[in-house]
Write a protein that binds this ligand. Structure first.
Ligand SMILES: Cc1cc2nc3c(=O)[nH]c(=O)nc-3n(C[C@H](O)[C@H](O)[C@H](O)COP(=O)(O)OP(=O)(O)OC[C@H]3O[C@@H](n4cnc5c(N)ncnc54)[C@H](O)[C@@H]3O)c2cc1C
Length: 449
Protein backbone atom coordinates (compact mmCIF):
# COMPACT_ATOMS: atom_id res chain seq x y z
CA UNK A 1 0.00 0.00 0.00
CA UNK A 2 1.19 3.54 -0.81
CA UNK A 3 2.81 5.50 1.95
CA UNK A 4 0.54 7.53 4.24
CA UNK A 5 0.58 11.32 3.83
CA UNK A 6 0.18 13.38 6.99
CA UNK A 7 -1.78 16.62 6.84
CA UNK A 8 -1.69 18.95 9.82
CA UNK A 9 -4.72 21.21 10.20
CA UNK A 10 -8.37 20.65 9.36
CA UNK A 11 -9.46 24.02 7.94
CA UNK A 12 -10.28 24.66 4.29
CA UNK A 13 -6.63 24.24 3.20
CA UNK A 14 -5.92 20.95 4.98
CA UNK A 15 -9.27 19.41 4.06
CA UNK A 16 -8.84 20.41 0.39
CA UNK A 17 -5.37 18.86 0.29
CA UNK A 18 -6.79 15.72 1.91
CA UNK A 19 -9.69 15.46 -0.52
CA UNK A 20 -7.45 16.06 -3.56
CA UNK A 21 -4.95 13.40 -2.45
CA UNK A 22 -7.67 10.91 -1.53
CA UNK A 23 -9.26 11.54 -4.93
CA UNK A 24 -5.89 10.74 -6.52
CA UNK A 25 -5.79 7.42 -4.67
CA UNK A 26 -3.36 8.41 -1.89
CA UNK A 27 -3.85 7.43 1.74
CA UNK A 28 -4.26 10.48 3.94
CA UNK A 29 -4.07 10.96 7.70
CA UNK A 30 -5.31 14.40 8.72
CA UNK A 31 -4.64 15.66 12.23
CA UNK A 32 -6.44 18.61 13.79
CA UNK A 33 -5.62 20.20 17.14
CA UNK A 34 -9.15 21.34 18.04
CA UNK A 35 -11.99 18.97 18.91
CA UNK A 36 -13.73 20.18 15.72
CA UNK A 37 -12.79 20.77 12.09
CA UNK A 38 -13.12 24.07 10.19
CA UNK A 39 -10.36 26.24 11.69
CA UNK A 40 -11.11 29.90 11.06
CA UNK A 41 -14.25 29.15 9.04
CA UNK A 42 -16.54 27.20 11.31
CA UNK A 43 -19.93 27.30 13.02
CA UNK A 44 -21.40 26.02 16.26
CA UNK A 45 -24.79 25.48 17.84
CA UNK A 46 -25.55 28.32 20.22
CA UNK A 47 -28.02 27.18 22.88
CA UNK A 48 -29.04 30.57 24.43
CA UNK A 49 -30.78 31.58 21.19
CA UNK A 50 -31.11 28.16 19.62
CA UNK A 51 -29.12 29.41 16.62
CA UNK A 52 -26.27 28.22 14.44
CA UNK A 53 -23.54 30.85 14.75
CA UNK A 54 -20.51 31.22 12.47
CA UNK A 55 -17.21 32.30 14.01
CA UNK A 56 -17.71 35.28 11.69
CA UNK A 57 -19.83 35.91 8.62
CA UNK A 58 -18.03 34.65 5.51
CA UNK A 59 -18.81 35.70 1.97
CA UNK A 60 -17.98 33.60 -1.06
CA UNK A 61 -17.58 35.04 -4.55
CA UNK A 62 -18.34 33.64 -7.98
CA UNK A 63 -14.62 33.88 -8.71
CA UNK A 64 -13.89 31.29 -5.99
CA UNK A 65 -13.46 28.64 -8.70
CA UNK A 66 -11.25 26.32 -6.65
CA UNK A 67 -13.62 26.52 -3.68
CA UNK A 68 -16.58 25.66 -5.88
CA UNK A 69 -14.62 22.72 -7.33
CA UNK A 70 -13.82 21.50 -3.81
CA UNK A 71 -17.44 21.81 -2.64
CA UNK A 72 -18.59 20.00 -5.79
CA UNK A 73 -16.15 17.14 -5.09
CA UNK A 74 -17.62 16.65 -1.62
CA UNK A 75 -21.20 17.24 -2.79
CA UNK A 76 -22.07 20.41 -0.87
CA UNK A 77 -21.93 23.17 -3.49
CA UNK A 78 -25.69 23.73 -3.16
CA UNK A 79 -25.19 24.97 0.42
CA UNK A 80 -23.74 28.24 -0.88
CA UNK A 81 -26.46 30.43 -2.35
CA UNK A 82 -25.26 32.88 -5.00
CA UNK A 83 -27.00 36.05 -6.11
CA UNK A 84 -28.12 35.97 -9.75
CA UNK A 85 -25.92 39.03 -10.32
CA UNK A 86 -23.73 41.31 -8.20
CA UNK A 87 -26.01 43.43 -6.09
CA UNK A 88 -24.83 45.42 -3.08
CA UNK A 89 -26.73 47.88 -0.91
CA UNK A 90 -24.96 50.68 0.91
CA UNK A 91 -26.42 52.52 3.89
CA UNK A 92 -25.32 56.04 4.60
CA UNK A 93 -26.61 58.20 7.45
CA UNK A 94 -26.62 61.27 5.21
CA UNK A 95 -27.83 59.98 1.83
CA UNK A 96 -29.77 56.90 2.97
CA UNK A 97 -29.91 53.70 0.95
CA UNK A 98 -28.10 53.36 -2.40
CA UNK A 99 -27.19 50.34 -4.44
CA UNK A 100 -24.90 48.86 -7.06
CA UNK A 101 -26.60 46.25 -9.24
CA UNK A 102 -24.68 44.82 -12.17
CA UNK A 103 -26.71 43.43 -15.08
CA UNK A 104 -25.79 40.12 -16.71
CA UNK A 105 -23.64 41.44 -19.52
CA UNK A 106 -20.27 40.26 -20.79
CA UNK A 107 -17.31 41.44 -18.71
CA UNK A 108 -16.56 44.22 -18.03
CA UNK A 109 -19.76 45.76 -19.35
CA UNK A 110 -21.67 44.30 -16.39
CA UNK A 111 -19.67 46.42 -13.97
CA UNK A 112 -19.56 49.51 -16.12
CA UNK A 113 -23.32 49.38 -16.72
CA UNK A 114 -23.89 48.73 -13.01
CA UNK A 115 -21.74 51.67 -11.97
CA UNK A 116 -23.30 54.02 -14.54
CA UNK A 117 -26.82 53.17 -13.38
CA UNK A 118 -25.98 53.17 -9.67
CA UNK A 119 -27.18 55.89 -7.32
CA UNK A 120 -24.17 55.15 -5.07
CA UNK A 121 -21.79 57.33 -7.07
CA UNK A 122 -21.70 60.93 -8.29
CA UNK A 123 -21.12 61.52 -12.01
CA UNK A 124 -17.46 62.30 -11.41
CA UNK A 125 -17.06 59.15 -9.26
CA UNK A 126 -18.57 57.04 -12.04
CA UNK A 127 -15.95 58.43 -14.41
CA UNK A 128 -13.23 57.65 -11.88
CA UNK A 129 -14.36 54.00 -11.65
CA UNK A 130 -14.43 53.76 -15.45
CA UNK A 131 -10.91 55.21 -15.55
CA UNK A 132 -9.74 52.57 -13.07
CA UNK A 133 -11.33 49.81 -15.17
CA UNK A 134 -9.53 51.12 -18.25
CA UNK A 135 -6.19 51.31 -16.41
CA UNK A 136 -6.51 47.69 -15.26
CA UNK A 137 -7.03 46.59 -18.84
CA UNK A 138 -3.96 48.35 -20.23
CA UNK A 139 -0.76 46.40 -20.73
CA UNK A 140 0.77 47.44 -17.44
CA UNK A 141 -2.51 46.67 -15.63
CA UNK A 142 -2.41 50.06 -13.90
CA UNK A 143 0.73 49.02 -12.00
CA UNK A 144 3.35 51.75 -11.62
CA UNK A 145 7.05 50.75 -11.29
CA UNK A 146 6.94 51.00 -7.47
CA UNK A 147 3.69 49.01 -7.29
CA UNK A 148 5.08 46.32 -4.95
CA UNK A 149 5.71 48.98 -2.29
CA UNK A 150 2.35 50.76 -2.55
CA UNK A 151 -0.55 50.47 -0.14
CA UNK A 152 -4.08 50.10 -1.50
CA UNK A 153 -4.84 53.69 -0.57
CA UNK A 154 -1.76 55.03 -2.38
CA UNK A 155 -2.50 52.97 -5.49
CA UNK A 156 -6.15 54.04 -5.61
CA UNK A 157 -5.06 57.66 -5.31
CA UNK A 158 -2.59 57.21 -8.16
CA UNK A 159 -5.41 55.73 -10.23
CA UNK A 160 -7.35 58.95 -9.75
CA UNK A 161 -9.88 57.71 -7.17
CA UNK A 162 -10.99 60.62 -4.98
CA UNK A 163 -10.81 60.51 -1.17
CA UNK A 164 -14.63 60.33 -0.97
CA UNK A 165 -14.86 57.45 -3.46
CA UNK A 166 -12.10 55.62 -1.65
CA UNK A 167 -13.79 56.02 1.71
CA UNK A 168 -17.30 55.14 0.51
CA UNK A 169 -16.51 52.32 -1.89
CA UNK A 170 -12.97 51.03 -2.32
CA UNK A 171 -12.21 51.04 1.41
CA UNK A 172 -15.29 48.93 2.19
CA UNK A 173 -14.29 46.48 -0.51
CA UNK A 174 -10.65 46.42 0.58
CA UNK A 175 -11.41 45.83 4.23
CA UNK A 176 -13.89 43.05 3.38
CA UNK A 177 -11.51 41.25 1.04
CA UNK A 178 -8.17 41.93 2.73
CA UNK A 179 -9.20 42.36 6.38
CA UNK A 180 -6.97 45.37 6.66
CA UNK A 181 -7.02 49.14 6.52
CA UNK A 182 -6.29 50.33 2.93
CA UNK A 183 -3.54 52.53 4.37
CA UNK A 184 -1.75 49.37 5.58
CA UNK A 185 -2.73 46.68 3.05
CA UNK A 186 -0.48 46.14 0.03
CA UNK A 187 -1.83 47.12 -3.38
CA UNK A 188 -0.38 43.86 -4.73
CA UNK A 189 -3.03 41.81 -2.88
CA UNK A 190 -5.89 44.10 -3.84
CA UNK A 191 -5.12 43.98 -7.54
CA UNK A 192 -6.21 40.31 -7.98
CA UNK A 193 -9.43 41.11 -6.07
CA UNK A 194 -10.29 43.84 -8.56
CA UNK A 195 -9.25 41.78 -11.56
CA UNK A 196 -10.90 38.49 -10.55
CA UNK A 197 -13.94 39.63 -8.60
CA UNK A 198 -14.95 42.86 -10.31
CA UNK A 199 -13.49 43.29 -13.75
CA UNK A 200 -13.85 39.69 -14.94
CA UNK A 201 -16.96 37.67 -15.86
CA UNK A 202 -20.32 38.85 -14.47
CA UNK A 203 -20.83 35.47 -12.75
CA UNK A 204 -17.48 35.85 -10.98
CA UNK A 205 -18.65 39.10 -9.35
CA UNK A 206 -21.64 37.49 -7.63
CA UNK A 207 -21.66 37.15 -3.87
CA UNK A 208 -22.51 33.82 -2.26
CA UNK A 209 -23.60 33.20 1.33
CA UNK A 210 -23.80 29.91 3.21
CA UNK A 211 -27.45 28.99 3.71
CA UNK A 212 -26.45 26.81 6.68
CA UNK A 213 -23.79 27.10 9.36
CA UNK A 214 -20.31 27.26 7.81
CA UNK A 215 -19.18 23.90 9.19
CA UNK A 216 -22.15 22.14 7.63
CA UNK A 217 -20.96 23.39 4.25
CA UNK A 218 -17.78 21.35 4.17
CA UNK A 219 -16.17 19.88 7.29
CA UNK A 220 -17.97 16.57 7.78
CA UNK A 221 -18.51 16.02 4.05
CA UNK A 222 -14.76 16.46 3.41
CA UNK A 223 -13.84 14.19 6.33
CA UNK A 224 -16.30 11.53 5.08
CA UNK A 225 -14.77 11.80 1.59
CA UNK A 226 -11.28 11.15 2.99
CA UNK A 227 -12.44 8.30 5.27
CA UNK A 228 -14.28 6.61 2.40
CA UNK A 229 -10.95 6.41 0.55
CA UNK A 230 -8.95 4.63 3.26
CA UNK A 231 -7.89 7.84 4.94
CA UNK A 232 -8.40 9.02 8.51
CA UNK A 233 -9.28 12.34 10.14
CA UNK A 234 -8.43 12.85 13.80
CA UNK A 235 -9.47 15.81 15.91
CA UNK A 236 -8.21 16.92 19.34
CA UNK A 237 -4.61 15.93 18.59
CA UNK A 238 -2.16 18.78 19.08
CA UNK A 239 1.00 18.57 16.97
CA UNK A 240 3.88 20.04 18.95
CA UNK A 241 6.80 19.62 16.53
CA UNK A 242 7.83 18.37 13.14
CA UNK A 243 10.53 15.77 13.43
CA UNK A 244 13.42 16.45 11.10
CA UNK A 245 16.45 14.35 10.25
CA UNK A 246 19.66 16.03 11.50
CA UNK A 247 17.58 18.55 13.48
CA UNK A 248 17.80 21.15 10.77
CA UNK A 249 21.58 21.47 10.77
CA UNK A 250 22.05 19.51 7.58
CA UNK A 251 22.31 21.34 4.26
CA UNK A 252 19.00 19.86 3.28
CA UNK A 253 16.86 18.79 6.24
CA UNK A 254 14.25 16.13 5.78
CA UNK A 255 10.93 15.59 7.51
CA UNK A 256 10.54 12.32 9.38
CA UNK A 257 7.17 12.76 11.08
CA UNK A 258 5.44 14.69 13.80
CA UNK A 259 5.28 14.70 17.55
CA UNK A 260 2.04 15.34 19.39
CA UNK A 261 1.24 16.76 22.82
CA UNK A 262 0.48 13.30 24.27
CA UNK A 263 4.11 12.38 23.61
CA UNK A 264 3.37 10.09 20.68
CA UNK A 265 5.31 10.23 17.45
CA UNK A 266 3.86 9.55 14.02
CA UNK A 267 6.42 8.72 11.38
CA UNK A 268 5.96 10.03 7.85
CA UNK A 269 8.14 11.04 4.93
CA UNK A 270 5.54 13.42 3.53
CA UNK A 271 3.82 16.06 5.67
CA UNK A 272 1.60 18.91 4.54
CA UNK A 273 1.37 21.66 7.13
CA UNK A 274 -1.76 23.82 6.73
CA UNK A 275 -1.41 25.62 10.07
CA UNK A 276 -1.17 29.44 10.16
CA UNK A 277 2.31 31.02 10.35
CA UNK A 278 1.86 31.89 14.03
CA UNK A 279 1.70 28.15 14.79
CA UNK A 280 4.20 27.02 12.17
CA UNK A 281 7.03 29.02 13.74
CA UNK A 282 6.59 26.88 16.88
CA UNK A 283 6.63 23.55 15.06
CA UNK A 284 9.99 23.92 13.32
CA UNK A 285 13.40 24.40 14.94
CA UNK A 286 14.48 28.04 15.22
CA UNK A 287 17.47 27.49 12.93
CA UNK A 288 15.24 26.10 10.20
CA UNK A 289 12.91 29.09 10.44
CA UNK A 290 15.83 31.53 10.41
CA UNK A 291 17.48 29.83 7.45
CA UNK A 292 14.56 28.92 5.21
CA UNK A 293 11.56 30.99 6.32
CA UNK A 294 13.10 34.22 7.66
CA UNK A 295 10.03 36.34 6.88
CA UNK A 296 7.66 34.21 8.95
CA UNK A 297 8.24 35.68 12.43
CA UNK A 298 7.52 39.18 11.10
CA UNK A 299 4.01 38.24 9.96
CA UNK A 300 1.38 39.94 12.12
CA UNK A 301 -2.28 39.06 12.63
CA UNK A 302 -5.22 41.28 11.70
CA UNK A 303 -8.31 40.77 13.90
CA UNK A 304 -12.02 40.60 13.04
CA UNK A 305 -14.84 41.28 15.49
CA UNK A 306 -18.29 39.81 14.86
CA UNK A 307 -21.17 41.32 16.77
CA UNK A 308 -24.16 38.97 16.81
CA UNK A 309 -27.38 40.63 17.94
CA UNK A 310 -30.82 39.09 18.44
CA UNK A 311 -33.85 41.44 18.53
CA UNK A 312 -37.50 41.05 19.42
CA UNK A 313 -38.50 41.96 15.84
CA UNK A 314 -37.13 42.32 12.34
CA UNK A 315 -34.82 45.35 12.04
CA UNK A 316 -34.23 45.23 8.28
CA UNK A 317 -35.49 43.40 5.22
CA UNK A 318 -32.09 43.66 3.52
CA UNK A 319 -29.98 40.50 3.30
CA UNK A 320 -26.72 42.40 3.76
CA UNK A 321 -25.40 45.94 3.41
CA UNK A 322 -22.21 47.97 3.56
CA UNK A 323 -22.31 50.75 6.16
CA UNK A 324 -20.65 53.99 5.14
CA UNK A 325 -18.88 56.19 7.62
CA UNK A 326 -19.32 53.83 10.57
CA UNK A 327 -17.07 51.62 12.71
CA UNK A 328 -19.12 48.61 11.64
CA UNK A 329 -18.46 47.97 7.98
CA UNK A 330 -20.93 45.27 7.00
CA UNK A 331 -24.31 44.13 8.25
CA UNK A 332 -25.67 40.63 7.58
CA UNK A 333 -29.27 39.75 8.26
CA UNK A 334 -28.96 36.15 9.42
CA UNK A 335 -32.75 35.97 9.73
CA UNK A 336 -32.89 36.11 5.94
CA UNK A 337 -29.65 34.30 5.10
CA UNK A 338 -30.34 31.19 7.17
CA UNK A 339 -33.58 29.32 6.85
CA UNK A 340 -35.44 30.14 10.08
CA UNK A 341 -32.68 32.48 11.30
CA UNK A 342 -34.93 34.54 13.59
CA UNK A 343 -34.47 38.27 14.20
CA UNK A 344 -30.72 37.87 14.19
CA UNK A 345 -28.14 40.19 12.62
CA UNK A 346 -24.39 39.77 12.45
CA UNK A 347 -22.23 42.89 12.19
CA UNK A 348 -18.60 42.88 11.14
CA UNK A 349 -15.60 45.01 12.05
CA UNK A 350 -12.64 43.82 9.97
CA UNK A 351 -9.07 45.05 10.41
CA UNK A 352 -10.25 45.66 13.98
CA UNK A 353 -6.87 46.62 15.51
CA UNK A 354 -8.32 49.71 17.24
CA UNK A 355 -11.30 47.88 18.76
CA UNK A 356 -10.07 44.43 19.72
CA UNK A 357 -9.27 45.48 23.31
CA UNK A 358 -12.66 47.07 23.89
CA UNK A 359 -14.99 45.47 26.43
CA UNK A 360 -17.84 43.42 25.05
CA UNK A 361 -20.50 45.69 26.64
CA UNK A 362 -18.89 48.70 25.03
CA UNK A 363 -18.94 46.96 21.63
CA UNK A 364 -22.61 46.05 22.01
CA UNK A 365 -23.45 49.70 22.84
CA UNK A 366 -21.50 50.85 19.80
CA UNK A 367 -23.28 48.33 17.57
CA UNK A 368 -26.71 49.37 18.83
CA UNK A 369 -25.98 53.06 18.43
CA UNK A 370 -24.70 52.62 14.88
CA UNK A 371 -27.47 50.23 13.87
CA UNK A 372 -30.11 52.67 15.11
CA UNK A 373 -28.58 55.42 12.97
CA UNK A 374 -28.84 53.30 9.84
CA UNK A 375 -32.01 51.30 10.43
CA UNK A 376 -35.11 53.17 11.62
CA UNK A 377 -36.73 49.83 12.55
CA UNK A 378 -33.91 49.18 15.03
CA UNK A 379 -34.81 52.26 17.06
CA UNK A 380 -37.75 50.67 18.85
CA UNK A 381 -36.51 47.10 18.67
CA UNK A 382 -35.45 45.50 21.94
CA UNK A 383 -32.12 43.71 22.05
CA UNK A 384 -32.83 40.21 23.34
CA UNK A 385 -29.34 38.73 23.29
CA UNK A 386 -25.82 39.48 22.07
CA UNK A 387 -22.69 37.47 21.38
CA UNK A 388 -19.38 39.10 20.52
CA UNK A 389 -16.74 36.94 18.82
CA UNK A 390 -13.22 38.31 18.66
CA UNK A 391 -10.95 36.52 16.20
CA UNK A 392 -7.59 38.00 17.11
CA UNK A 393 -5.72 35.92 14.53
CA UNK A 394 -8.31 36.17 11.76
CA UNK A 395 -5.78 36.57 8.94
CA UNK A 396 -2.21 37.67 8.37
CA UNK A 397 -2.10 41.45 7.95
CA UNK A 398 -1.31 41.83 4.21
CA UNK A 399 1.47 44.40 4.39
CA UNK A 400 3.92 44.62 1.49
CA UNK A 401 6.52 42.93 3.72
CA UNK A 402 4.19 40.04 4.60
CA UNK A 403 3.28 39.56 0.95
CA UNK A 404 6.96 39.20 0.05
CA UNK A 405 7.45 36.68 2.88
CA UNK A 406 4.68 34.29 1.74
CA UNK A 407 6.29 30.87 1.22
CA UNK A 408 5.57 28.50 -1.67
CA UNK A 409 4.00 25.03 -1.28
CA UNK A 410 7.32 23.25 -1.74
CA UNK A 411 9.95 23.96 0.88
CA UNK A 412 13.69 23.42 1.30
CA UNK A 413 12.80 20.80 3.95
CA UNK A 414 12.48 17.57 1.98
CA UNK A 415 9.02 16.01 2.35
CA UNK A 416 7.50 19.11 4.00
CA UNK A 417 4.87 20.99 2.01
CA UNK A 418 2.97 24.11 3.05
CA UNK A 419 -0.65 25.08 2.56
CA UNK A 420 -2.86 27.72 4.14
CA UNK A 421 -4.53 30.97 3.08
CA UNK A 422 -1.36 32.87 4.00
CA UNK A 423 1.00 30.98 1.66
CA UNK A 424 2.03 32.25 -1.79
CA UNK A 425 -1.23 31.86 -3.71
CA UNK A 426 -1.36 35.31 -5.28
CA UNK A 427 -4.70 35.86 -3.50
CA UNK A 428 -5.62 37.61 -0.26
CA UNK A 429 -6.06 35.39 2.81
CA UNK A 430 -9.51 34.07 1.99
CA UNK A 431 -11.28 30.73 1.65
CA UNK A 432 -10.31 30.70 -2.03
CA UNK A 433 -6.65 31.21 -1.15
CA UNK A 434 -6.83 28.40 1.44
CA UNK A 435 -8.48 26.00 -1.02
CA UNK A 436 -6.10 26.94 -3.83
CA UNK A 437 -3.15 26.34 -1.49
CA UNK A 438 -4.56 22.92 -0.58
CA UNK A 439 -4.84 21.92 -4.22
CA UNK A 440 -1.35 23.24 -4.96
CA UNK A 441 0.24 21.37 -2.03
CA UNK A 442 -1.54 18.15 -3.07
CA UNK A 443 -0.36 18.58 -6.66
CA UNK A 444 3.24 19.10 -5.47
CA UNK A 445 3.06 15.95 -3.31
CA UNK A 446 1.80 13.95 -6.29
CA UNK A 447 4.53 15.42 -8.50
CA UNK A 448 7.17 14.42 -5.93
CA UNK A 449 5.99 10.79 -6.35
C1 LIG B 1 -14.10 36.18 11.36
C2 LIG B 1 -13.56 35.81 10.00
C3 LIG B 1 -14.22 36.23 8.85
C4 LIG B 1 -13.74 35.87 7.60
N1 LIG B 1 -14.43 36.25 6.48
C5 LIG B 1 -14.07 35.74 5.29
C6 LIG B 1 -14.89 35.98 4.13
O1 LIG B 1 -15.90 36.67 4.19
N2 LIG B 1 -14.52 35.39 2.95
C7 LIG B 1 -13.40 34.62 2.85
O2 LIG B 1 -13.14 34.09 1.77
N3 LIG B 1 -12.57 34.42 3.93
C8 LIG B 1 -12.90 34.95 5.12
N4 LIG B 1 -12.10 34.72 6.22
C9 LIG B 1 -10.83 34.01 6.05
C10 LIG B 1 -11.03 32.49 6.02
O3 LIG B 1 -11.73 32.07 7.16
C11 LIG B 1 -9.65 31.85 6.02
O4 LIG B 1 -8.93 32.35 4.92
C12 LIG B 1 -9.68 30.33 5.91
O5 LIG B 1 -10.63 29.78 6.78
C13 LIG B 1 -8.29 29.81 6.25
O6 LIG B 1 -8.26 28.41 6.12
P1 LIG B 1 -6.89 27.64 6.40
O7 LIG B 1 -7.19 26.19 6.25
O8 LIG B 1 -5.80 28.24 5.60
O9 LIG B 1 -6.52 27.96 7.92
P2 LIG B 1 -7.27 27.56 9.27
O10 LIG B 1 -8.74 27.60 9.06
O11 LIG B 1 -6.69 28.40 10.35
O12 LIG B 1 -6.86 26.04 9.50
C14 LIG B 1 -5.69 25.65 10.17
C15 LIG B 1 -6.03 24.53 11.11
O13 LIG B 1 -4.82 24.06 11.72
C16 LIG B 1 -5.12 23.73 13.03
N5 LIG B 1 -3.86 23.73 13.81
C17 LIG B 1 -3.12 24.80 14.16
N6 LIG B 1 -2.05 24.41 14.87
C18 LIG B 1 -2.12 23.05 14.95
C19 LIG B 1 -1.31 22.08 15.57
N7 LIG B 1 -0.20 22.42 16.24
N8 LIG B 1 -1.66 20.77 15.48
C20 LIG B 1 -2.79 20.41 14.78
N9 LIG B 1 -3.59 21.31 14.17
C21 LIG B 1 -3.26 22.61 14.27
C22 LIG B 1 -6.08 24.81 13.48
O14 LIG B 1 -6.81 24.44 14.64
C23 LIG B 1 -6.95 24.95 12.24
O15 LIG B 1 -8.09 24.13 12.28
C24 LIG B 1 -12.54 35.11 7.49
C25 LIG B 1 -11.85 34.72 8.65
C26 LIG B 1 -12.36 35.06 9.89
C27 LIG B 1 -11.62 34.62 11.12
Amino acid sequence: MAEEILIIGGGFAGLTAGVALAEAGRRVRLIEQKPYLGGRARSFDYAPTNSVVDNGQHIFMGCYHDTLRFLKSIGTQDRIRFQPRLSVTFLDTKVGKTSLVCPRLPATWHLLAGVLRSDSFSVSEKLQVLRLGRALRTRGGGRPPDFERLTVDEWMERLGQSARLRRNFWDLLCIAALNEDPQIAAAAVFEPVLRLALFNAADDSRIGLASQGLSACYTEAAAAFIRARQGSVETARDVTAFQLAAEGNAASPEVKGIQSADGSVIEANTVISSVPPFQLVRLLPKEVIARFFPGLPSMRPAPIISLNLWFDREVTDLEFAGLRGATIQWLFNKGKILADGGHYVSLVISGAHDHIQREKDELVSLALAELRQFLPAAQDARLVHSLIIKERFATVSPTAEAVRARPAATTPVRGLFLAGDWTRTGLPATIESAVKSGYTAAAEVLKAG
